[in-house]
Design a protein around this ligand. Structure first.
Ligand code: AMP
Length: 475
């Protein structure tokens, strides 16, 4: 039967997806395709290779996930789809979205293969058989070399945030992985930008890829929603200027981008000395520290995340009011990626750039590329806004006990709103890791919440609870 003319162009109904999948999408509240899904899904479902331009937040994950799930044979326990991602955070997000979408089918095994966690459990899980692997190129290579991962049955290879992977130097790894997969397979490449390496990659192993590009108006973040201001600084006043910007604009949540790890450390010291809650995110952090920083930033108990570009890649943080370029980046694509993190989902974002005289060449090139000039303001005209020191709305408590103890978010919420007597609106995000749980609570009640939780019970047992801030102070 032909689809009637009246069918909504953005409806999932016109795609050749199973009724179970259609029902699952409706249940997830996916009523209409996003622009990237509408442009790429029909082609991908037909089996074409794709090069698609898409940003985080555009619905790109579902665009490739629906396609690879469509082709999957749940009866065959071997890796039929592999998604390569630049970072562990992105790999985790992709896995979550795949799991949500895979609920429509029976028992589909999805594994995340990333560095920073032990090899052995991953090898064991692969040994039990799995349908979809999501991982970072380094760890996937490791598994291929050890023979624990076999790509002989691969139908779909996805490169997610391909530009980021190229920036991180994964060109050769991606090629090696692609060579180990059967020639007759589908390759779906998603990228926010198209640096030269993308064409080189696709020339090496894609089959007549179709290109999917959206007009800027169709993407979720129109650049006009970002207010871009620039400030000239002398080198010696740069770090202090960041605290001036924060005191004036008072954004609840900011990422300050630095070009080096050392600058991250120095800036965090300066901001903390001013009483701000700022945390560094860079490549020298242990995985556990990195996780804790990200949990606190995402649950709004840290005002400023001071990050290098590499460390911040793939982060999907909603509600980011402000991005600060502590230094101008020499790479224009990086600039666009940095400022694109603010002003999401219809909200106006603020992008503040500090530039010394030496950096004016970079500023000029960025203006040229964006076709817009920066709006310059003077630092000395910025007055601190009223309202006391800038503090985040939430504070994070750490509970000793996590997945291993079978603690679930509902248990923690229940303990806080039940016996402890707090209101649900005073409780924020809850994250459970293997050995610890983290709960964001309103800053005013944090100390009291520690007391009441420590005196009460969680799942019928006493638990150790402390404020993350106290932990840091103890060193
Ligand atoms: P992504 O760009 O893949 O990170 O997706 C951004 C968010 O949009 C995710 O939380 C998805 O669950 C959600 N999403 C994806 N597709 C749709 C859709 N068609 N309708 C509503 N939400 C969606």
């Amino acid at each position: 039967m032909n689809a009637p003319q009246s069918i909504d162009k953005l409806s999932f109904a016109q795609l050749s997806l199973s009724p179970a999948m259609q029902a699952n999408l409706a249940q997830l509240g996916y009523t209409q395709m996003t622009p990237i899904q509408a442009a790429s899904l029909p082609l991908a479902l037909e089996g074409h290779d794709l090069i698609a331009q898409a940003q985080t937040g555009s619905g790109k994950t579902a665009a490739f996930a629906l396609s690879l799930l469509h082709r999957l044979d749940a009866e065959r326990f071997n890796v039929q789809a592999l998604v390569l991602c630049p970072t562990r955070e992105l790999a985790d997000q992709v896995t979550q979205e795949l799991r949500r979408l895979a609920r429509a089918a029976d028992n589909i095994k999805i594994l995340t293969l990333c560095g920073g966690t032990p090899m052995k459990p991953q090898m064991d899980s692969l040994g039990f058989g799995c349908h979809i692997a999501v991982g970072t190129p380094g760890r996937v290579m490791d598994h291929l070399e050890r023979g624990s991962l076999d790509l002989k049955s691969l139908n779909t290879l996805v490169l997610d945030e391909a530009d980021r992977m190229l920036d991180m130097g994964f060109f050769d790894d991606i090629l090696t992985v692609a060579k180990q997969a059967p020639k007759k397979r589908q390759t779906l490449l998603f990228s926010a930008t198209y640096p030269e390496g993308i064409a080189k990659l696709s020339a090496q192993f894609m089959r007549e890829p179709k290109e999917v590009k959206l007009s800027p108006a169709a993407t979720t973040q129109a650049p006009s929603q970002i207010r871009q201001l620039a400030f000239e600084v002398r080198e010696e006043e740069r770090l202090h200027a960041v605290s001036q910007l924060l005191a004036h604009f008072r954004p609840a949540s900011t990422i300050a981008f630095c070009n080096t790890k050392q600058q991250c450390r120095d800036l965090v010291d300066v901001l903390q000395a001013q009483g701000l809650i700022a945390m560094a995110l860079h490549g020298d952090l242990e995985q556990r520290d990195r996780d804790q920083v990200l949990i606190q930033f995402a649950n709004r108990s840290c005002s400023v995340l001071v990050a290098t570009d590499v460390a911040a890649r793939g982060l999907d943080i909603a509600q980011l009011e402000c991005v600060i370029n502590v230094e101008m980046t020499p790479d224009m694509e990086v600039h666009v990626h940095r400022i694109g993190r603010t002003g999401r989902a219809g909200a106006e974002g603020l992008a503040l750039s500090l530039a010394s005289l030496d950096e004016m060449g970079r500023v000029g090139r960025i203006e040229q590329m964006l076709g817009r000039e920066f709006k310059w303001q003077k630092l000395e005209d910025l007055q601190p806004a009223a309202g006391g020191p800038l503090l985040p709305p939430m504070d994070t408590l750490q509970i000793l006990g996590g997945r291993k103890e079978k603690i679930r978010p509902g248990d923690i919420l229940g303990a806080l709103t039940g016996e402890a007597g707090f209101k649900a609106e005073q409780i924020g995000k809850i994250n459970i890791t293997e050995f610890h749980s983290y709960v964001a609570v309103s800053r005013e009640i944090a100390r009291e919440a520690v007391k009441r939780l420590s005196n009460g019970k969680l799942k019928g047992r006493k638990v150790k609870v402390r404020r993350m801030a106290d932990l840091v102070e103890l060193g």
